[in-house]
Design a protein around this ligand. Structure first.
Ligand code: NDP
Ligand code: MG
Ligand code: MG
Length: 341
């Protein structure tokens, strides 16, 4: 059984006694910065000159500085820019300005696991990774709850890195739900695998193939959209509430029987072999290298794949159908439908 931490295990005064710089004010950055502030932590946000996020952070009353200036005064630097820019921000703006003995905190293990960032021996290197999107991390905190977090210590220079990780996790509300002890390696490899094989990659491809199969067989795209995409949320909600068992309990016996006999025909043992190959490429660094090399070149492959995905017929069908369903609310005010970013 995993080692778990809750609010009572952590001492808030540890993080309250430190100056914290949150670098980046995006999905996770805004949630960490605001939750820390509301937990009585001395926080400043570090952003690049001309950053689009600056106005948002200032509108919340947060202190915003350049990354270099935020780092100079910090005892703990929280690195929450996108993974692909972290090593450049670290090399140019963080490492040269880091106070002796200041710690580094990550929301995901990517840059440490794949050695894109190699911290000095004098820094604590810790991770507090919420298992949910940043907007939920903020919303739950405001509502008096929290999103579960993974905690890890890669380097314990101070001898108090665990107390710091737990204190930080408490301050962002994560220990109201619970924290699980892990390592940078386990968090990073399982996070990448989950999003590639199941949550994002696997689910997206499954939905597209289902939609294509029906449309190519002559069924109406609108009907195919409902059956293969829209209703997925209802099924996933049941799984989250009570596991696969509750999903099977709730659907009709016809659907449950079809689940048993046809699920393994569609997702057959070859799919598991494909998943093992994906995991191997994560563990041996091939995926990380492909991603970072492409990003360093300006993301040509990434942009082409994003464009190809946006052109899939299911997107146009869905855009029209969602207009009929007034109860479907946009939950992220930053998202613009049809935009590239
Ligand atoms: P975002 O893409 O939302 O971060 C964008 C922020 O980073 C913006 O404020 C942006 O500024 C800033 N930024 C971008 N480039 C730079 C730069 N060169 N220098 C300074 N600031 C910069 O990131 P996420 O919140 O998605 O991810 C942050 C970390 O959290 C990652 O490690 C990720 O893996 C992890 N994580 C993310 C989750 C999520 O919910 N998204 C869930 C769990 C972990 P500007 O406005 O100027 O563009
Ligand atoms: Mg991830
Ligand atoms: Mg049905």
């Amino acid at each position: 059984m995993a080692e778990m931490f809750y609010d009572d295990d952590a001492d808030l005064s540890v993080i309250q006694g430190k100056k914290v710089a949150v670098i980046g004010y995006g999905s996770q950055g805004h949630a960490h910065a605001l939750n820390l502030r509301d937990s009585g932590v001395d926080v400043r946000v570090g952003l690049a000159d001309g950053s689009k996020s600056r106005a948002k952070a200032e509108a919340e009353g947060l202190t915003v500085r350049s990354v270099a200036d935020a780092v100079k005064e910090a005892d703990l630097v929280v690195i929450l820019t996108p993974d692909q820019v972290q090593r450049t921000v670290y090399a140019n703006d963080i490492a040269p300005n880091l106070k002796e003995g200041a710690g580094l905190l990550f929301g995901h293990g990517f840059n440490i696991r794949f050695d894109y960032i190699k911290p000095e021996a004098g820094s604590d290197v810790i991770m507090v990774a919420p298992k949910g999107p940043g907007h939920l991390v903020r919303r739950e905190y405001v509502d008096g709850r929290g999103v579960p977090v993974l905690l890890a210590v890669e380097q314990d220079a101070s001898g108090e890195a665990w107390a710091l990780a737990q204190s930080y996790a408490k301050a962002i509300g994560g220990l109201r739900a619970g924290g699980i002890r892990t390592t940078f390696t386990e968090e990073c490899e399982t996070d990448l695998f989950g999003e590639q094989a199941v949550l994002c990659g696997g689910a997206s491809q499954l939905v597209q193939y289902g939609f294509e199969t029906l449309v190519e067989a002559g069924y109406q795209p609108e009907v195919a959209y409902f059956e293969c995409l829209h209703e997925l949320k209802l099924i996933v909600d049941l799984m989250v509430e009570g596991g696969i068992a509750k999903q099977r309990w709730s659907v009709s016996d016809t659907a449950e029987y079809g689940d048993y006999v046809s699920g393994p025909r569609v997702i057959d043992p070859r799919v598991k072999e494909n998943m093992q190959a994906v995991l191997a490429d994560i563990k041996n660094g091939a995926f990380a290298k492909r991603f970072i090399d492409d990003q360093d070149a300006g993301g040509p492959e990434f942009k082409a794949l994003r464009e190809k995905g946006a052109q899939h017929p299911i997107e146009g069908t869905g855009k029209e159908l969602r207009k009929l369903m007034s109860w479907i609310k946009e939950t992220d005010s930053d998202y613009v439908e049809g935009s590239a970013a």
